[in-house]
Ligand binder design. Structure first.
Ligand code: SAH
Ligand code: SF4
Length: 375
């Protein structure tokens, strides 16, 4: 009975890469060049109706309509901030909601995408972590976020003037714990026949799961950002609990391996949240300078974004500037991330979506993390 159900289900073509789509077309008895046409209709023109695909026959349109669909997460809410930032709340079924943010900045527009519903890593400063964990997003739901964002500017799209110039995996979730779907989607973002973003414009941000950083270099050469947040293990254990398993020096060694393997001289970005009187002292800044001599990197300081229920505070601008100047004096390119979209709760660490049944699922997620990390 289950088999029959599987057979009757429409295939969602949005989550298929070029190769999988070609195999699907061959299984229908169709020529492979047809799959290339449909791939471009989906990812370059944003079309979801097979009947609008004017260069394929009526007969094939009907066949596809019967066997397949093009389905992205559904927009539940769209909110615009005073500063131009736009946040979407998207439904991915069974009460699970995720959030996605587009941050325009001059000629650039950076889309911040979610990889999981919630997050089980549970960093002490993160609203997403405090929501618990429901499930990994599927590849179709990850690439589907970029698809929805591009389509919000009108369909069919004009691929030559695409709106999203950069993608960062910095929304809800720890992307490396949803490895196959995330890397599959990132590779589609960089595929010239789909979104055609360059490898420097697609960034994965991680709390630092060493074996998975090593595995990452085998399947992609996208940009890597490390959420460090502390200059020593004692403090990092408190803020980013995964550090107890993967301490700082070993983490930075894995970053060196990643950059070496990707074969270019780019600098890795180190993210450092500044939390008032927790990790923002002058001593912390000097300790960070010492530590980072290990790797070629630049530093992005993120003033803590408050959320309901958190006792942490954002430091004064004087403390933030002092911290920055110490790093700059030591020669580190250091930026302070301007807070965007705060009025619509779209700033870093404020994305919470809606996560089902968090307590039980969180326990399950912890076990799953253990299993993946050990494996
Ligand atoms: N799980 C991944 C990616 C998602 S979090 C990671 O941790 O890297 C994206 C970024 O937002 C990370 O650098 C994270 O540390 C930061 N962040 C989380 N909570 C925040 C908060 N309350 N204020 C400011 N930045 C926050
Ligand atoms: Fe998860 Fe990243 Fe938030 Fe930590 S900062 S809880 S890893 S989303």
């Amino acid at each position: 009975m289950f088999e029959k159900k599987e057979k009757d289900m429409k295939k969602n073509l949005i989550g298929m890469n070029k190769e999988d789509l070609e195999l699907f077309f061959l299984s229908l008895g169709e020529k492979s060049f047809r799959s290339k046409q449909v791939y471009q209709w989906i990812h370059q023109k944003g079309v979801s109706d097979f009947h609008a695909m004017t260069n394929i026959s009526r007969e094939l349109q009907e066949k596809l309509n019967e066997k397949a669909e093009i389905s992205a997460p559904k927009v539940v809410l769209e909110k615009d901030s005073k500063d131009g930032t736009r946040k979407w709340v998207l439904s991915v079924g069974e009460g699970d909601l995720i959030e996605m943010v587009l941050i325009p900045e001059g000629k650039r527009a950076t889309l911040c995408i979610s990889s999981q519903v919630g997050c089980a890593v549970d960093c002490s400063f993160c609203a997403t972590g405090k929501q618990g964990f429901s499930r990994n997003l599927e590849l179709s739901e990850i690439i589907g976020q970029l698809w929805v964002a591009e389509n919000s500017f009108g369909v069919p799209r004009d691929h030559a003037s695409k709106k999203v110039t950069n993608v960062v995996m910095m929304g809800m979730g720890e992307p490396l714990l949803n490895f196959d779907a995330v890397t599959g989607a990132m590779n589609m973002m960089m595929d010239d026949k789909a979104y055609g973003l360059s490898k420097r414009k697609v960034t994965l941000s991680t709390s630092g799961l060493i074996p998975l950083i090593d595995k990452l270099s085998e399947v992609t050469d996208a940009a890597l950002t490390i959420s460090l947040h502390a200059p020593n293990d004692q403090l990092r254990n408190e803020l980013v609990p995964i550090n107890k398993k993967y301490p700082i020096k070993k983490l930075l060694e894995s970053v060196i391996r990643y950059v070496d393997k990707c074969g270019d001289s780019r600098k890795t970005t180190i993210e450092y949240i500044l939390i008032d009187k927790v990790n923002d002292s002058i001593e912390n800044a000097h300790e960070l300078c010492e530590l980072l001599k290990m790797i070629p990197c630049k530093v992005n300081l993120i003033p803590f974004n408050p959320f309901p229920g958190s006792s942490y505070k954002r430091p004064s601008s004087m403390r933030i500037q002092t911290f920055k100047k110490i790093l700059q004096k030591e020669g580190y390119i250091t930026t302070i991330r301007t807070t965007r979209g705060e009025d619509i709760m779209a700033a870093c660490g404020q994305l919470v979506g809606q996560v089902n049944d968090k307590t039980k699922r969180k326990e399950r997620a912890q076990r799953r993390i253990e299993a993946q990390i050990v494996g």
